[in-house]
Design a protein around this ligand. Structure first.
Ligand SMILES: NC(=O)c1ccc[n+]([C@@H]2O[C@H](COP(=O)([O-])OP(=O)(O)OC[C@H]3O[C@@H](n4cnc5c(N)ncnc54)[C@H](O)[C@@H]3O)[C@@H](O)[C@H]2O)c1
Length: 323
């Protein structure tokens, strides 16, 4: 039986209690029988009046409902991931891992240096395509401009990894207002800026995933890192809230909380502090950036993960009270 789509509407607005991101349409068969159908959000932007397809029965919380499956619609166009601070360290590893998964990668960073070039080459060697976007996540206009460039080149954004981060460590009395502001502005406001600018494009594309790179320091606190810990705890609150707000639009939001990772940031920690840390944790080594990247890949792939903070820390969070 051939069914033709005669009209449809895409539901972007969550109207309680029928929160939905599905399109609702009316289909008709050769005998003139009409049915109201739901169309999966993966077909957003591709639906056309007169499109033919099948109607299948699908279970939902409202009972069994008819779902229209358009025939011959290519929905496998390449997906796009935007990774902030993607030039080096954890961001570069995440960019490469998602490139291997088939994503086109927007590497967003403050400047295109030799490390950025290396990352871009690795992405294309992995069979994907990288677009370098010069972006300062702490500045809203810069994020708007950068995201416009990504959408202009790749057409969409499916995954946003809020990874860009800095430290300006000192004990409270030595944290100047400037040091406080700089860390909060990059680590926390940067994630707000990017999430706010990117989500309308994700909604348009039928959903997406936001991964916030927090830290175990955001869960446990750490001596000499009040500004950094506050920014990373803030990211956890942002994750929980956006996970609730954006779920109706098919967008999941998850945070990862790494322990010390082998990157320039961790290697800047004074050796005695690092050595003391390694003595206290169950598996005494640094996390590899690629291990964090594999976790991010899992988050992107596993649709049951939403609104959680996943530590990846070799057991740091269980090693001592407020490590
Ligand atoms: N290394 C660790 O031990 C560790 C542990 C937990 C969490 N993290 C978090 O992981 C993330 C990545 O850190 P990393 O270890 O790879 O550090 P890194 O310093 O090697 O990389 C950070 C990247 O962010 C970029 N960046 C900095 N400010 C920016 C801005 N304003 N706009 C755009 N890009 C900016 C840098 O240029 C750099 O490419 C950070 O958010 C960090 O807080 C790191």
């Amino acid at each position: 039986m051939v069914w033709k789509l005669i009209t449809y509407t895409e539901l972007y607005t969550p109207v309680l209690p029928y929160k939905s991101t599905y399109a609702i349409g009316v289909v008709e068969n050769e005998e003139g029988v009409r049915r109201i159908v739901r169309v999966d959000r993966k077909f957003f932007g591709k639906l056309k009046i007169g499109m033919v397809g099948d109607v299948v029965e699908s279970w939902s919380v409202f009972g069994t409902i008819p779902v229209f499956m358009p025939a011959g619609v290519e929905v496998s166009e390449r997906r796009v991931a935007l990774v902030t601070g993607g030039a080096r360290g954890i961001g570069a590893a995440i960019s490469l891992e998602l490139a291997r998964l088939g994503y086109l990668i927007a590497v967003a960073d403050i400047s295109r240096d030799a490390e950025a070039e290396k990352t871009i080459k690795a992405i294309s060697d992995a069979g994907s395509k990288a677009l370098f976007v010069e972006m300062d996540v702490s500045k809203y206009e810069s994020v708007e401009e950068g995201v416009k460039k990504v959408v202009g080149e790749f057409g969409r954004v499916d995954v946003l990894v809020n990874n860009a981060g800095i430290t300006k460590d000192a004990y409270l009395q030595r944290i100047s207002p400037d040091m406080w502001d700089a860390v909060i502005r990059v680590n926390l406001t940067g994630a707000y800026n990017c999430s706010r600018v990117v989500t309308p494009y994700m909604i348009r594309g039928g959903g997406g995933v936001i991964v916030n790179v927090s830290s175990i320091v955001g869960l446990l606190g750490n001596l000499g890192q009040a500004n950094y810990a506050a920014s990373k705890s803030g990211l956890i609150g942002l994750t929980y809230t956006l996970a609730k707000e954006l779920a109706p639009y098919g967008i999941r939001v998850v945070a990862v909380a790494p322990g010390f990772v082998k990157t320039r940031m961790a290697l800047a920690v004074p050796t005695p502090i690092l050595r003391d840390y390694l003595r206290r944790i169950p598996i005494p080594r640094l996390v590899e950036p690629e291990e964090v990247a594999r976790l991010v890949r899992h988050i992107v792939e596993n649709e049951a993960l939403n609104g959680v903070v996943i530590p990846i820390d070799l057991g740091t969070t269980i090693s001592s009270p407020k490590a």
